[in-house]
Design a protein around this ligand. Structure first.
Ligand code: AMP
Ligand code: GLY
Length: 422
């Protein structure tokens, strides 16, 4: 089988490494992939958002199955366009991808179907938004409606910060058109849990839970990033919490999308917060999380491609989805300075024995050398029977990877370990 993977980050590298295990896979292409992915797939220089280019390539190459994982091509209708040409795909169509593409849509969906989430109001008029802020308790959360590279959320500690957030999104357009509509929502507290799930639109099968570490610096200090590391499973996600989430969030969401004529197929990501009043949805993503995928897929014991195909064909109920009972830890190695400014072009070297557990996010190949080209450069994952051991092993592997200006957090998994030991 010829497989096409759309995207070029650490998440896509993890997906590619997992589907390679299926013996019916003969070729894997990545659009655009990256210098590290080039070890495991043929990289094709077509941007993930160039839907026309991707479709043309897929048709010419006679792709048997396409896997679309980043949010922007999904929201642009990449799955619709490929499906129209008869190429089966993993991922939601445009109508369903809106669950991530518009926060206003997802908030209204949750309200309509009674799915627990923070209280909110939606504004397209800046002055009305500013008026509303005056009656809100602080802190308050301001979200740009559309996609904003994961940066469209501002937590304002006081009224002045909240006003500035609204003005910068609605007038200053710091997130472009994504901010012309904003969601203002109640500030929730509690541990965050990521649960990715497979769904064919009828049944939903949660994967092993995980915990992201979004801040740049140790002890959850510094700027928000795309994620500096992950562990799985998330110790806050007890069996009891899992059962409650299944009943009050996962199944109702899948059914709600179906009832709205927006049947969701693919991977639905539930960003949850375990509040004192129970689990609530912080966000939905219409795709695998990054870097959650880099800990979740290494724990998957069943065949990923078979499961993906079952989400497309609607046969997930009769497909085995089994995870190991072990743990995983992924440490992201970034360029010093990320998420602000950073230098690129440093050579990456790594010991042969760690290659299989390295997922490359931001690197290019030049004259046979792998050079840093992004803020988040790569993720190093280890799995083990216990979380403590997985964390230790991941950091041992990190020692075997090096590049100029490398920076990584030293405390990935610390909070999870404190919880397990409590
Ligand atoms: P999002 O892009 O929606 O995942 O938001 C980014 C981060 O902002 C989340 O991971 C949370 O840490 C935080 N956040 C979002 N919404 C809320 C909320 N209502 N209350 C508290 N924190 C939030
Ligand atoms: N790790 C969060 C995300 O993928 O959106």
């Amino acid at each position: 089988m010829k497989i096409l993977v759309v995207g070029g980050g650490g998440r896509e590298h993890a997906v590619i490494k997992a589907i390679k295990k299926n013996s019916s896979v003969t070729e894997i292409y990545a659009c655009p992939g990256n210098g590290g992915i080039a070890e495991d797939a043929t990289c094709v220089n077509i941007k993930a958002t160039d839907i026309e280019g991707i479709v043309k390539f897929a048709v010419e190459t006679k792709i048997d199955y396409a896997i679309v994982t980043p949010d922007d091509p999904l929201c642009l209708g990449c799955v619709d366009a490929l499906s129209e040409k008869g190429i089966p795909c993993f991922g939601p169509d445009k109508k369903a991808a809106i669950i991530e593409g518009s926060k206003a849509f997802s908030k209204d969906l949750m309200k309509k179907y009674g799915i627990p989430t923070a209280k909110y109001e939606i504004f397209t008029d800046r002055l009305k938004a500013l008026d509303y802020l005056k009656e809100c308790d602080m802190p308050i959360v301001i979200k740009a409606d559309g996609l904003a590279l994961g940066k469209g959320v501002i937590i304002a500690m006081n009224l002045a910060e909240a006003e500035e957030a609204v003005n910068s999104m609605m007038e200053g357009k710091i997130f472009g058109e994504s901010g012309s509509r904003v969601v203002i929502e109640e500030f929730l507290t509690g541990p965050e849990i990521s649960v990715l799930s497979f769904t064919d639109g009828n049944v939903v099968v949660p994967m092993v839970s995980s915990m992201d570490h979004k801040r740049a610096r140790d002890n959850d200090e510094g700027l928000n990033t795309g994620g500096m590391g992950t562990v799985a499973p998330n110790p806050y996600y007890t069996e009891e919490v899992a059962k409650e989430c299944m009943e009050t969030i996962f199944v109702p969401t899948i059914n709600a999308m179906k009832a709205e004529g927006r049947t969701f197929k693919g991977c639905l990501y539930f960003g949850l917060m375990l509040t004192p009043k129970g689990p609530k949805v912080i966000e939905y993503n219409c795709r695998f999380g990054d870097p959650e995928t880099q800990v979740v897929l290494p724990l998957l014991e069943s065949d990923l491609l078979t499961i993906m195909q079952a989400t497309t064909s609607g046969t997930l109920a009769s497909t085995e989805v089994r995870f190991s009972s072990g743990s995983a830890c992924c440490v992201i190695m970034a360029s010093e300075g990320y998420p602000s400014s950073y230098e690129k072009g440093y050579e990456i070297t790594m010991a042969q024995e760690v290659k299989d557990s390295v997922y490359v996010a931001g690197a290019t190949l030049k004259d046979g050398k792998l050079l840093t080209s992004g803020g988040r450069v790569l993720g190093v994952t280890a799995t083990s029977d216990t979380l403590k051991d997985a964390v230790q092993k991941a950091y041992q592997k990190v020692e075997k990877v090096s590049f100029g200006n490398a920076y990584y957090r030293k405390d990935i998994g610390k909070r999870a370990l404190l919880k397990t030991e409590a």
